[in-house]
Write a protein that binds this ligand. Structure first.
Ligand code: SAM
Length: 328
């Protein structure tokens, strides 16, 4: 889409740009919070699979909200209040983990790492000075292949990896929120989550397209089985189940409540709406809030721009461009 054309993408995509969110997914976490009050009393939060960082932005803005009121407080109640606010803000620690680098955000420490690694869990705990987290969120998604079964399977693996690392860092009673694909084996995932959390709900924010099988599990009150020792092994990979979990009945089958969330007057992400901008002014393109840092497609874009893509005779030049990029 050219920069000069009006943005025709979905309403949440456009709102995200207008409101300065790095991605439209910010609205999903905001709408989950509307329903579950996720942020009340949270001082230590972890954002797994965080890049480009819209969920970390939400955490940063919500948990450190008093920062915005700093000026007001100074006028009304003097320096003592400001100091207390500053101390409170200092207490809030947010760690964002992703394989990819992410542009910095206020109050957010980044770990460029893999959530399947124990070393990443250790680094998170180190950042919290040995204290456990109050909240872990994960909007992780593998690169989709378009083969639904494969995509569902890989997403399930990522969710289990997120659960595993969460068991290393979350405090008893803490909250875990993660993206889930409601595929055919979702019952198995619910069962596994219920082993660790007393309340598991599957929630669908208004900003998550109805046409997508994506939803979010909101798991409250972390209470691992007695004697459970956190590890990074993956129950789906490590055991061969010969049970069809969808055939389970009665107490063996865990039915997780399903909840639509976000204010029901909110925009439906499958509908098309005009963006209600000031019509007296000419439309001006709003660039993305934070373009990705060195995205994997950067090289291909540059080659295409220079008409060097997939042309044998231009191979040496293409290699030169690639080398230049690698050194930037
Ligand atoms: N929540 C983010 C936001 O609001 O900006 C969007 C997350 S994006 C949909 C999914 C991210 O998962 C990608 O940035 C990808 O690098 C990350 N990811 C996938 N597998 C991962 C892994 N094993 N460890 C860490 N990050 C991973």
């Amino acid at each position: 889409m050219g920069r000069s054309s009006k943005d025709k993408r979905d309403i949440y995509y456009r709102l995200a740009k207008e409101e300065g969110w790095r991605a439209r997914s910010a609205f999903k976490l905001l709408q989950l919070d509307q329903e579950f009050n996720l942020f009340t009393g949270v001082r230590r939060a972890v954002d797994l699979c965080a890049a480009p960082g819209s969920w970390s932005q939400v955490l940063s803005r919500k948990l450190r909200a008093s920062e915005d009121k700093k000026g007001e407080t100074r006028n009304e109640e003097g320096n003592e209040e400001v100091k207390k606010e500053e101390e409170r803000k200092e207490e809030v620690k947010i760690v964002a983990v992703d394989l990819q680098a992410m542009a910095p955000l206020p109050g957010v420490t980044q770990i460029q790492g893999d959530i399947t690694k124990v070393s990443t869990a250790q680094e998170i705990v180190r950042h919290f000075s040995g204290q456990p987290a109050d909240l872990v969120v994960c909007d992780g998604a593998p690169d989709v292949t378009g083969l639904h079964d494969v995509d569902e399977y890989i997403q399930a693996q990522l969710l289990l990896a997120a659960l595993n690392i969460t068991t290393h860092v979350l405090k008893p009673g803490g909250t875990f929120v993660a993206k889930i694909f409601r595929g055919k084996d979702v019952t198995l995932l619910y069962s596994q989550l219920r082993v660790f959390f007393s309340q598991v709900t599957c929630a669908k924010p208004r900003s998550s397209r109805n046409s997508s099988i994506e939803a979010f599990v909101v798991c409250l009150n972390y209470s691992p089985p007695e004697g459970y020792v956190p590890n990074m092994s993956n129950p789906l990979l490590d055991h061969s189940y010969d049970v069809d979990f969808n055939q389970l009945e009665g107490p063996n089958r865990i039915i997780v409540p399903f909840l639509a969330c976000g204010d029901l007057s909110a925009y439906d992400s499958d509908q098309t709406y005009p963006l209600q901008l000031d019509t007296s002014q000419e439309y001006r393109y709003t660039p993305p809030t934070q373009p990705p840092i060195k995205p994997p497609y950067q090289q291909a874009c540059l080659l295409r721009r220079n008409n060097l893509l997939a042309k044998e005779d231009s191979l040496p030049l293409a290699q030169e461009v690639s080398l230049q990029l690698a050194h930037e």
